[in-house]
Design a binder for this molecule. Structure first.
Ligand SMILES: [Fe+2]
Length: 181
C-alpha cells in the first residue's frame, strides 16, 4: 500500500515523529517532487512514480523516535515499521536512502525514485540547502571516526549523483532552494 497524506500523518503521530523531522521530510518531499518534474520535462521517456516518491519521502525517517531493536540502525526500524503497516512498496526507497547506502552496491539508490529521494534528503536539514552545505553541517558535528570516514567516502559519490541530476535539468544546485520556493 502507498499511504495517503492522511494515513502518513497518522503514522507520524503513531510513531511520534518529532516536529523538526516532520519539517525535514516535508521539504525533502518538495525537493524530490520538484526534481522529478524537472527530470521528466527535460528527458523524454523517463517516468517517475511521484505518488510513491512523495509517500516515501514523507516516511523515510519514521524511525527517528522508535526504540531500536538489537542490531538495528537507521533506517532498519523504519523498514520494520513500514512493513508491519503494509507499506511494502516504500521499502526499497527507505532502505536505499541513508547516507552510507551509496557506498554499498546492494542497497545503493538505483531507480529514479530511489536516486531522487537519496539526493533530496542530502539537500535538506530543516530547510532546503545544498549537498555541500549539508556535508559541512555533518562535518561540524562531533561524529565518531568511523562516521567521519564514511562521510568523506560518500561525499564524491553524492556529488556525482548531484551532478548527474542537476546536469540533466540544467539548474544550478544552489538555485534549487529558491526554485522550490
Ligand atoms: Fe532524511
Amino acid at each position: 500500500m502507498i499511504p495517503s497524506d492522511d494515513q502518513i500523518r497518522q503514522l507520524w503521530d503513531k510513531y511520534s515523529l518529532p516536529e523538526n523531522k516532520r519539517i525535514h521530510v516535508t521539504h525533502v518531499a518538495r525537493v524530490a517532487e520538484y526534481l522529478s518534474a524537472c527530470v521528466m520535462s527535460h528527458v523524454s521517456g523517463i517516468r517517475i512514480d511521484i505518488v510513491l516518491l512523495h509517500a516515501a519521502a514523507l516516511l523515510h525517517d519514521i524511525d527517528k523516535n522508535v526504540l531500536k531493536r538489537e542490531g538495528e540502525q537507521h533506517p532498519d526500524a523504519g523498514v520494520r515499521i513500514l512493513k508491519n503497516e503494509g507499506c511494502d512498496e516504500l521499502l526499497p526507497l527507505v532502505i536505499s536512502h541513508p547516507l552510507h547506502s551509496i557506498l554499498d552496491p546492494k542497497i545503493s539508490p538505483k531507480t529514479w525514485e530511489e536516486k531522487l529521494l537519496y539526493l533530496s534528503d542530502k539537500m535538506v536539514k530543516y530547510e532546503i540547502i545544498t549537498v555541500d552545505k549539508r556535508f559541512d553541517l555533518w562535518r561540524a558535528e562531533n561524529l565518531p571516526k568511523e562516521g567521519r570516514i564514511m562521510l568523506e567516502k560518500a561525499y564524491p559519490l553524492v556529488k556525482k549523483l548531484e551532478a548527474e541530476i542537476v546536469g540533466m535539468i540544467n539548474v544550478k544546485a544552489w538555485d534549487i532552494a529558491g526554485l522550490v520556493g
